[in-house]
Write a protein that binds this ligand. Structure first.
Ligand SMILES: [Zn+2]
Length: 81
């Protein structure tokens, strides 16, 4: 995990220059908050608010970028017998 994938003031990634959160940043956040998915969603909500204000974007356009990917995907569906 690289620590360089952090947002600059214009919400580009310092590490790779893509829109933040880039894929490595998302993976790092998902790993960091893997036991607290609600906390991650709240954190990203606040960041989205900041980014929306700075960039002058509509929140609907920022949802996929900041929030949609925080939803946990079950790796393995359990079938209790
Ligand atoms: Zn990056």
């Amino acid at each position: 995990m690289s620590l360089d994938h952090e947002p600059n003031p214009r919400w580009d990634c310092k590490g790779c220059g893509k829109d933040w959160p880039c894929d490595p940043a998302r993976e790092a956040l998902l790993a960091e908050y893997r036991n607290q998915p609600g906390q991650l969603a709240m954190t990203m909500c606040k960041l989205m608010e900041d980014a929306t204000t700075v960039l002058g974007q509509h929140p609907d356009d920022m949802f996929e970028r900041f929030i949609a990917w925080t939803k946990p995907v079950p790796l393995d569906v359990q079938h209790p017998s």
